[in-house]
Design a protein around this ligand. Structure first.
Ligand SMILES: [Zn+2]
Length: 306
């Protein structure tokens, strides 16, 4: 997470308080207060949710303190029940601290374009990605404040940090891949040149080792494989396959898909046997002739390598 001090201005903007007001209190005092989330509750179109860090269970609780006091018999509050029975609705802060600490709950408070996630220490932080997707919060115009109640530390992020997958590097040749994908049913003069950024553990004749020719990718793309993106449901395209060397004695499957809409890449861990995949997924004439034995090409199926 970005350092709190680097994001002070963004935080002030978020909280809509002036710099002078801010420095009247200390960072620590502000950060250690769970009053921050309650700011959002003044907005009529805000909502509050509890997210259980272990199970991913989520439910709406627009008055989270009231919900805790009214549900002391709920299994999810089991470890806080005794404490809750001694508290009342004036104990706002104590109640939220208690249930985040003892029950591994995250309190997520949403106002338009703004979210506060309150939780108890880094190990108590839930995976918020699925919820952000469901609520359409994984956007760069959504400010997200992480409120670590244990440390009294605030950290600022934006919603698009919680998309699934990894962001493509700015110089990753997405347009080139998309244009080749669109022409997957058409033979082109450069189809037997290497697709950039590929690394397969295989080799094709007259091609730099490990690089995958467009012809092989097109062969797979024509098969209509269309796994949807976890962020936007658009079909992703396969941009790498194979089993490169990842150690002295080890090759590991490396199947990567990319979504052109959200510009994220995804490692596909479902393929365990790259050799079997190559044999079944690619037309025979575009299958690699060689498998790399470290930096040496050997005919496939020799030395037991597939
Ligand atoms: Zn996507």
């Amino acid at each position: 997470m970005r350092d709190f001090h680097q994001t002070t201005d963004a935080m002030l903007e978020f909280l809509s308080i002036s710099r002078r007001e801010f420095f009247r209190s200390t960072v620590t005092a502000l950060a250690s207060s769970v009053c921050l989330p309650w700011l959002l509750r003044w907005k009529p179109d805000s909502s509050s949710w509890f997210l259980h860090a272990d199970t991913g269970a989520i439910w709406r609780a627009d008055d989270p303190v009231r919900w805790c006091l009214d549900n002391t018999g709920h299994p999810v509050l089991d470890r806080a029940a005794d404490g809750l029975r001694k508290l009342t609705s004036v104990d706002n802060d104590r109640i939220i601290r208690l249930v985040t600490r003892r029950c591994r709950l995250n309190l997520i408070e949403i106002a338009p374009s703004r979210v506060v996630v309150s939780y108890w220490s880094q190990t108590g932080l839930a995976d918020i990605r699925a919820f952000f997707r469901q609520q359409q919060l994984a956007r760069n115009d959504v400010a997200v404040v992480f409120n670590d109640l244990k440390k009294g530390v605030l950290a600022m992020r934006t919603g698009d940090d919680f998309l699934f997958g990894e962001p493509l590097a700015a110089d990753w040749p997405l347009e080139l891949f998309l244009s080749k994908w669109r022409r997957r049913f058409v033979g082109e003069p450069d189809d037997w040149t290497a697709a950039p950024r590929t690394w397969s553990g295989y080799a094709w004749a007259d091609l730099e080792p490990n690089r995958i020719p467009w012809a092989a990718l097109k062969s797979f793309w024509r098969g209509g494989d269309a796994i949807p993106c976890q962020n936007c449901d658009r079909p992703m395209i396969l941009v790498n396959f194979g089993a490169p060397w990842t150690g002295m004695l080890r090759r590991s499957p490396r199947f990567v898909r990319v979504c052109g809409a959200c510009r994220r890449s995804f490692l596909d861990g479902t393929v365990q046997d790259a050799g079997a995949w190559v044999n079944s997924a690619l037309d025979a004439q575009v299958q690699p002739e060689f498998v790399m034995l470290h930096d040496r090409r050997v005919r496939r199926a020799i030395h037991g390598l597939q």
